[in-house]
Design a protein around this ligand. Sequence first.
Ligand code: NAP
Length: 252
Amino acid sequence: MARMRLKNKVAVVTGAGRGIGRAIVTIFAQEGAKVVVNYNSSQKEASMVVEEIRKMGGEALMIGADVSKADEVKSMIQRTVEHFGRVDILVNNAGIMIPSSFLESSEENWDQTMDVNLKGAYLCCREVAPIMLEQSKGKIINISSISGLFERSAVACVDYVVSKAGMIGLTRALAVHLGPTINVNAICPGTVETDIVASLDPETKKLMRDESLLKRLGKPEEIAYTALFLASNESDFITGEILTVAGGRGMR
Ligand code: NAP
């Protein structure tokens, strides 16, 4: 049962047409937020998400933008403010992983991964921060990964691991630079059943399941409920934190 914890808040969620982003935007809308459903290539999926949210009485706006492009991010945030009048919550969820071993990796894949996963988050933060500062409150949530934290998970592609570790640094640095007005936190999901995981081989997926104390992979909603907590007033005294949501995998 929704408690309307985000009533009248405006939330921008990047990469919200599929996977974890889709779950976040849906749960935010159920909790009363007006949401921007950002997509890059999944226009059809994003329009279905918007339709579902409108059917349940919520407000959603679909905006296509490649988060790695500064001009597209700028226009996405401008359109958000024109339409909804403000931005209270940003979730940097958009991310890619291009499977490759280190020795077979390419500079092109490195650049693409950094551009989407890390620069994309930086660009979105840079656009929303002045608006949130002006409003005297804001919440930024970065979806990093357990790969950025835990050495056994660092078997994933090197460029992906580095981009996700970078998001942890970005989170801490921005918590310092944007405090006391804006709370900036990161979530490090373990393995969650979405398209990004479908590209992993069955052996790796089994290893990830076995390493989890709960002996299973996560569901997108389980990351979304953590994002809801960090977006709501219930987490007002939390900033600069890196919250692992991984069924006990990598527990130290
Ligand atoms: P997914 O199903 O593959 O979805 C990735 C999302 O990122 C899509 O909505 C995609 O949008 C968006 N995206 C990719 N490039 C983009 C760009 N240039 N501009 C805007 N959006 C872009 O993956 P997921 O599992 O939901 O992952 C969501 C986030 O969680 C990622 O940051 C991922 O690294 C992180 N994560 C996932 C797991 C996991 O096990 N699933 C674990 C740890 C962390 P389009 O389809 O519209 O291009």
